[in-house]
Design a protein. Structure first.
Length: 207
């Protein structure tokens, strides 16, 4: 099972690295980072760089696509090199997926019309602009399109995908291997549970 994660400047690191870790540990999976041209691509903090070892042209027909999000998403909403590759790859994939604002790129590529989809809570309404039905859930499956909510939800999405592609035992084994046992110190990971005033502070961090 070949997974390709496209990178673009100012992607959010965990959007890419979370699913990468889950799927790279899975038996029978290989994961490739790709970009328009092979080479280093720097994240949204400007302090972490991943290396794309392949160009889009090198990986035209992956089994799985995982499109990460990040502040840089808005800069590539009209990048036909990336959007064209997503469209082409989707013709061959078993699953086309996104994390956080990566769903905006699926939408810009024309893949979300009539689809149930999710993204970061701050961007949910945007999905209506591409004909999608916004769903405030952590992982949303619509046929072979699977979208995840903000950042950390990419790990949940990858485990969900692994269970579909292999079996629940394999996904559970990987979850245990990476000790993914979330026990956050605060119950404020969603606007529904966040204390008053915290939404504005959170938005200030990401905008």
């Amino acid at each position: 099972m070949h997974v390709v994660i496209p990178l673009y400047p100012r992607f959010t690191a965990l959007d890419a690295v979370g699913p990468y870790t889950v799927l790279a540990f899975a038996p029978g999976f290989t994961v490739t980072f790709a970009a328009e041209r092979p080479g280093p691509v720097t994240d949204d903090r400007g302090s972490l760089t991943l290396t794309a070892t392949a160009s889009y042209a090198d990986v035209p027909a992956p089994d799985v696509v995982v499109v990460p999000g990040g502040p840089g998403t808005l800069d590539v909403l009209e990048d036909e090199a990336l959007l064209g590759w997503i469209r082409q790859a989707h013709e061959h994939t078993r699953w086309t997926t996104s994390v956080c604002s990566g769903s905006l790129l699926l939408g810009a590529a024309g893949l979300l019309k009539g689809a149930r989809a999710t993204t970061h809570w701050a961007l949910l309404d945007w999905l209506k602009n591409v004909g999608a039905e916004p769903v405030a859930e952590r992982v949303v499956e619509h046929g072979r399109i699977v979208t995840a909510a903000g950042v950390s939800a990419g790990i949940d999405m990858a485990l969900t995908l692994l269970a579909r592609a292999s079996d629940a035992t394999t996904a559970q084994s990987v979850q245990l291997a990476i000790e993914y046992d979330p026990q956050p110190p605060f119950a404020c990971g969603s606007p529904r549970t966040a204390p008053e005033g915290l939404v504005e502070r959170a938005l200030a961090i990401i905008t």
